[in-house]
Design a protein around this ligand. Structure first.
Ligand code: ZN
Length: 224
C-alpha cells in the first residue's frame, strides 16, 4: 500500500522502527496522529526528544532516570535491605506498577546469552556484587554462624545492610542461567537469595505480566 504523503510515509517509517509496532499499526498511528490537534502532536514529539536527551542511567541501580541517583535509590522510604534484580528498566516499571515492592532495584541490562555473545561481563553483575559486598562488610556477615538466615542483622540502622536479593529475571533459559550465575556469585555474602517464578507463565515476559500475577510471583518467591 502506497501512502500519498512523503511526510506520512516517513512518520510510518519512523514509528515502525519501534519493536512491537508493525507496519499496519504504524499506519494506524500515523492516521490517528494526523487527526490529533497540533499541540498534542507537538507534546508527543517533545516527549520523545526529551526522553532521548534527558534520560540517563542511575549510577547505583542502572535504571533509567532524570536524576542520578534515581528517586528509588535516594528515597528514605524504600527498604534498603532488599534488592530486586531485573533484566531491563521496563521490568522495574512493571514491578512498580504493582505497588507491592518497597525495596531497591538492580537492572542488569540483559541476560547471559552465549548465542548472542553476551557474557556476565557485559551485564551489571559486578556492580551488584559490589553493592551487596559494600553493605555486608559493615555487619558481622564476614563470619556467618550456623543456620544464619541473613535476618539477624541490625534492621534499625539507617544504612540497613542488604539482607535479601530477589532474582526477578524472566522465566526462560537465559533468565534461569543468569539467575543461577548471580546466585552463585552472591553465595559468599550470607544474604538470602530468592527467585520469583510461581504464577508467571513459563517463557512469558515479566514486563507484560498483569499486576496481580506479578504480585503473586513476588510473594511466592522461593529460596535458591
Ligand atoms: Zn537507582
Amino acid at each position: 500500500m502506497h501512502l500519498t504523503s512523503e511526510t506520512v510515509e516517513s512518520l510510518v517509517e519512523q514509528l515502525s522502527k519501534l519493536p512491537p509496532i508493525g507496519r499496519k499499526t504504524a499506519q494506524r498511528l500515523a492516521a490517528f496522529i494526523l487527526k490529533m490537534p497540533r499541540e498534542e502532536v507537538v507534546e508527543i514529539a517533545k516527549a520523545m526528544v526529551a526522553a532521548k536527551d534527558r534520560v540517563k542511567t542511575c549510577s547505583v541501580c542502572f535504571n533509567v532516570t532524570d536524576l542520578d541517583p534515581c528517586p528509588v535509590c535516594s528515597s528514605e522510604r524504600r527498604d534498603k535491605s532488599v534488592i530486586c534484580v531485573v533484566e531491563e528498566p521496563s521490568d522495574v516499571m512493571a514491578l512498580e506498577r504493582t505497588g507491592e515492592f518497597r525495596g531497591l532495584y538492580h537492572v542488569l541490562g540483559g541476560v547471559i546469552s552465549p548465542l548472542d555473545g553476551i557474557g556476565p561481563d557485559d551485564l551489571h553483575i559486578s556492580e551488584l556484587i559490589a553493592r551487596v559486598a559494600q553493605t555486608s562488610s559493615r555487619t558481622a556477615v564476614a563470619e556467618p554462624t550456623e543456620g544464619y538466615d541473613g535476618r539477624g542483622a541490625d534492621l534499625e540502622s539507617e544504612d540497613a545492610p542488604v539482607q535479601e536479593v530477589i532474582l526477578a529475571m524472566n522465566p526462560n533459559v537465559e533468565g534461569d542461567t543468569t539467575a543461577y550465575y548471580v546466585g552463585q556469585m552472591l553465595a559468599p555474602f550470607g544474604v538470602t537469595v530468592s527467585r520469583i517464578a510461581r504464577g508467571l507463565p513459563i517463557g512469558g515476559d515479566l514486563e507484560f505480566a498483569d499486576e496481580a500475577t506479578l504480585s503473586r510471583a513476588l510473594e511466592g518467591r522461593a529460596g535458591m
